[in-house]
Design a protein around this ligand. Structure first.
Ligand code: FES
Length: 278
């Protein structure tokens, strides 16, 4: 990546809020990590001090200053997962991969990291592999999970994959269900909300399958822009109380029928999402 490439990335990220994170994310997507030389270029071209750039690059666990493997595994060791046996899951991952947490396998296939919470505490022990959440993981499942990762999760079928499950959600303000039986995404009734971007409003239909990123929308939303989510029933914007841990955009909360909350990032292109069942 040369200076022109960096300039191209900078031009795409003009919004002040979350700009540095979005730039680093894009570099990491391209390289798999954040090379030191590029961090210096980002500092020079954005005017952010090198201390600030390194501060962000080292604060978020999703960034890495070292090259990572092709498949990235996050195993949760937070309190809720810990009491459900997470340390044994980490030991088994380390044993099967032949590495310790924080390391990458020699063949550069896997990097294993431990984290303190992945936002799905009721489903622990939780392991995330290549962005996919796996709940209530047992030692006996690990070999299969690693094989699935090697073979590419893309070949798994949504309708047969029991790790992708439907959630019914409602507006956190008026409690009205957001389920839309008239419009399907992934073969299931969609979640219908109104979104607002650059002064324009339209509907957005999300997949109700937790773990699927499929959606339908008529509004042309610029990549990386932050959109507002509005309830189509009470017309109130969903009240965000949390910033995305990846890109700092507001997280959008929706209530899960039966208890709990699902939060999705409001930035187009950011796939961060959290599930907290009660
Ligand atoms: S403690 Fe593991 S997901 Fe929260």
């Amino acid at each position: 990546m040369n200076s022109t490439d960096i300039s191209r990335i900078l031009e795409k990220h003009t919004e002040k809020r979350g700009r540095l994170i979005a730039i680093l994310e894009e570099i990491q997507d391209e390289y798999g990590y954040l090379p030191e030389t590029l961090l210096k270029k980002v500092s020079e071209q954005t005017g952010c001090s090198i201390v600030d750039v390194y501060g962000v690059a080292t604060f978020y666990r999703s960034f890495s200053l070292k090259p990572r493997g092709k498949h990235l595994i996050f195993a949760c060791l937070g309190t809720a997962c810990h009491v459900r046996g997470a340390p044994r899951i980490v030991e088994e991952l380390e044993r099967q991969l032949g590495i310790k947490s924080g390391q990458t396998t020699e063949d550069k296939e896997f990097t294993l990291e431990t984290v303190n919470c992945l936002g799905a505490c009721a489903l622990g022990p939780v392991v995330v592999i290549d962005g996919r959440y796996f709940s209530q993981v047992r030692k006996s499942r690990i070999n299969q999970l690693l094989n699935d990762a090697r073979n590419g999760f893309g070949t798994l079928h949504i309708e047969k994959d029991e790790r992708i499950f439907p959630v019914n959600v409602s507006c956190p303000h008026c409690n009205h269900s957001l389920k839309d039986e008239t419009f399907s995404v992934d073969g299931q009734p969609s979640i219908c909300v109104t979104i607002s971007s650059d002064g324009q409003q339209d509907w957005l239909r999300l997949s109700c399958l937790y773990g699927s990123y499929n959606f339908a929308c008529d509004l042309d939303v610029r990549p990386d822009s932050v959109v507002s989510f509005i309830c189509p029933h009470c017309n109130v914007e969903f009240p965000s109380t949390l910033d995305c841990s990846v890109c700092a955009a507001p997280m959008v909360p929706m209530l899960i029928d039966g208890g709990g909350i699902v939060q999705i990032c409001s930035r187009r292109g950011c796939k961060n999402h959290m599930l907290d069942l009660i």
